[in-house]
Design a protein around this ligand. Structure first.
Ligand SMILES: [Zn+2]
Length: 409
């Protein structure tokens, strides 16, 4: 970065603001003195950062009476009563919009879903309609929207490249288009990356720097966090394990090839096999419910899918040596010991030392939580840019956004 005398104090202020956000994310509500102690930073510096974050609407203050008596003491927390963020999950069958505070806690009452439209224009109209209802319905500031999308995503252009299961997003930028129409910050995440972020922020991966996330829900996607960083490849397209060819003349995949791994080892692969037998389209949710009621048996299809799934797990374990591998999918709901059985089969197929080094865990997070985590990370991290070269532009953009309250009422 070229030495710019006036940029340095500003950068320091922003770093301090992000540190305050991190303290509150990691420790929950604190007083200014607590924040100052945890940051090992002087009280005036912390007060300045807090004042800026309060103005931006990212934090809020509330009163706490110690032992229920005496003068109330001011505490700080991530804005959850005065502000909200939205999450939009685009998936093959349906799209879902959820709402949360800056603390990431999803508000149960604030959730709406609509059938995934066939065309992008229709999708934009419906997403804008539903998001506006959230933005206008309550007297709080909407700080932004995080969007989870399936398929290949170009992060630099914020554009969908190829989505085998939701092709209407190909060549389009939901984050730019929705930001323009809604007038709020929007950020887009590939769905497996959203799951990684959800698990890292709110799930079982909070202290983990090396883990994998195998998403078997719609297609078959893989996210790898190595030494704390997401493995992206050259342009963010890494992790598409679902399109490894495994059956020469297998079923046609959404990507245009035949016999891809995701056509035989995912929730949707199971749904497809069962649909073929029944002669009608049935989704995984419906299968889980019908099997639960004892109205349907899917044993032979399930055995087949689980064998392939064990192959996928062994491949990831051998290739990436993750300390923990999370698996996200619904088919494990079909039988109590199914996950353990798949893990056992994966053990047979993996290299011994690699398997012994890896803990297999069912993911607790969700794409909804991931979309919310995405916008919260964006709002927190965009306080300080990762790349000095982008500093000038991002600082200016942020300054104007923050003066405008980073959203609208
Ligand atoms: Zn494919």
């Amino acid at each position: 970065m070229s030495a710019n005398a006036s940029a340095q104090p500003q950068l320091l202020s922003r770093l301090n603001e992000r540190s305050v956000m991190r303290v509150l994310q990691d420790h929950g509500p604190c007083s200014r003195a607590d924040v100052s102690r945890r940051m090992n930073t002087s009280a005036p510096t912390v007060s300045k950062a807090v004042a800026s974050l309060l103005r931006a609407g990212l934090l809020e203050e509330f009163d706490v009476k110690e032992n229920g008596r005496g003068r109330p003491a001011k505490q700080l927390r991530l804005a959850s009563e005065t502000a909200q963020v939205l999450g939009l999950v685009i998936d093959a069958a349906e799209c879902r919009i959820v709402v949360a505070g800056m603390d990431g806690v999803l508000r149960g009452e604030g959730e709406v879903s609509f059938e995934t439209p066939k065309t992008y224009d229709r999708f934009l109209r419906e997403a804008v309609h539903h998001a506006r209802r959230f933005i206008n319905s309550v007297d709080v500031t909407t700080l932004g929207l995080g969007i989870s999308v399936p398929g290949l995503l170009d992060y630099r252009k914020e554009q969908g490249l190829l989505s085998p299961n939701v092709p209407m997003t190909n060549g389009h930028s939901p984050s730019r288009d929705l930001s323009e129409r809604l007038g709020i910050n929007c950020v887009v995440l590939q769905e497996t990356h959203a799951l990684c972020l959800a698990e890292r922020r709110y799930g079982a991966a909070q202290k983990l720097n090396d883990f994998g996330m195998l998403d078997i829900s719609t297609g078959l996607g893989l996210g790898i966090i190595s030494s704390g960083r997401l493995l992206t490849g050259h342009s963010g397209l890494a992790g598409e394990i679902g399109h490894i060819p495994i059956e020469e003349n297998g079923r046609l995949c959404g990507c245009g090839a035949r016999g891809c791994l995701e056509t035989v080892a995912s929730d949707s692969a199971l749904a497809w096999l069962v649909s073929e037998r029944l002669g009608r389209r049935i989704e995984i949710g419906e299968i889980v419910a019908a099997v639960g009621r004892g109205e349907l048996s899917v044993q032979s299809e399930l055995d087949l899918v689980c064998k392939r799934l064990a192959f996928a797990l062994a491949t990831v374990i051998n290739l990436f040596n993750p300390a923990t591998l999370f698996v996200y999918g619904r088919l494990f709901e079909l039988e109590d010991d199914l996950f353990a059985r798949v893990c056992n089969e994966a053990r047979r197929r993996s290299l011994g030392p690699s398997f012994a080094d890896c803990e297999l865990v069912r993911a607790r997070g969700s794409k909804r939580q991931g979309a919310i985590a995405g916008i919260i990370e964006y709002l927190t991290d965009s306080l300080v840019p990762d790349f000095p070269v982008a500093a000038a532009g991002i600082f200016q953009d942020n300054a104007s956004l923050r003066e405008n309250g980073m959203g609208r009422r």
